[in-house]
Design a binder for this molecule. Structure first.
Ligand code: ADP
Ligand code: SF4
Ligand code: MG
Length: 266
């Protein structure tokens, strides 16, 4: 089945950096990749485009009647096609609704988008309402991952997101840990994944290169392709492409999650 994945997780946990580095890694491996940024911050693709922001679908739709592919889809590093949904008017529109409008537009202006080998949706933070799972509910996405660190709040969010997936009948592809250098973080992430009935599919160490490359407008794959962290993203990209496991997650209750977190704190 075609890989159309979305990575969920607490705001600031590293969804955009993970999505863009994985996109770059797959592209370097000869895959046709599209990255769809759904966060109103519209910063998913910026490191694939040398630090440049692209016009978003929602703002372009406001300015132009007949939006064309070239207006909103731009080729970045390795030929990755980048699109940013953009945000609704602050305090007025609905982000979830905006995502649906943008994807319907994508289908019209670039109907062959499903020919890509990998499509990655970089979605907004925690699931707080139905809007954030709109790409899943609408059937745009067929594989979902949760990104967490070993810290309590990101784990709490990841666990909650799994509850959201269950509510809409979406099985989980796996857990990815983006390290914050918490105590015995890999072990904790492994036990968490195991307890929710899934598996830890990748562990990304905390590495200052991620931020310094980002500051310069690049993925680590482009700016530091020989680095250790680039190797981690390459491996994760391969593992994601090869992964065909899906499980109905079994989220922990609040006490269980707290106990698990305590067990690993120094
Ligand atoms: P999100 O999209 O989940 O809100 P971002 O991808 O924007 O989060 O990441 C938040 C910050 O953390 C960014 O400045 C990013 O460069 C940094 N970051 C993400 N992953 C790592 C990592 N593995 N090592 C170091 N910094 C990271
Ligand atoms: Fe829409 Fe949900 Fe955002 Fe409310 S919280 S505006 S329903 S996406
Ligand atoms: Mg982001």
């Amino acid at each position: 089945m075609k890989k159309i994945i979305a990575i969920y997780g607490k705001g600031g946990i590293g969804k955009s950096s993970t999505a863009s580095n994985i996109a770059a890694a797959c592209a370097m491996n000869g895959k046709k990749v599209m990255l769809i940024g759904c966060d109103p911050k519209s910063d998913s693709s910026i490191t694939l485009l040398g630090g440049k922001r692209i016009p978003t679908v929602l703002e372009t739709l406001k300015e132009k009647k007949n939006v064309q592919k070239d207006d909103v889809i731009f080729e970045g590093f390795g030929g990755v096609k980048c699109m940013e949904v953009g945000g609704p008017e602050p305090g007025v529109g609905c982000a979830g609704r905006g995502i649906i409008v943008a994807i319907e537009t994508l289908k019209k202006i670039y109907p062959e988008y499903l020919d890509n080998d990998l499509i990655i949706y970089d979605v907004p933070g925690d699931v707080v309402c139905g809007g954030f799972v709109a790409p899943i509910k609408k059937g745009f996405v067929n594989e979902v991952y949760v990104l967490t660190s070993g810290e309590y709040m990101p784990l709490y969010a990841a666990n909650n997101i799994c509850r959201g997936f269950n509510k809409i009948g979406m099985d989980l592809g796996g857990v990815i840990c983006n390290s914050r250098n918490a105590d015995r973080e890999r072990e904790l992430a492994e036990e968490f994944s195991d307890k929710i009935g899934s598996k830890l599919i990748g562990y990304i160490p905390k590495d200052p290169l991620v931020q310094s490359c980002e500051r310069d407008g690049f993925s680590v794959l482009e700016k530091a392709p020989e680095s250790e962290i680039a190797g981690v993203y390459k491996q994760l990209a391969e593992d994601l492409l090869a992964n065909d496991e899906r499980v109905k997650a079994t989220p922990l209750d609040d006490d269980e999650l707290r106990e698990l977190s305590k067990k690993y704190s120094a």
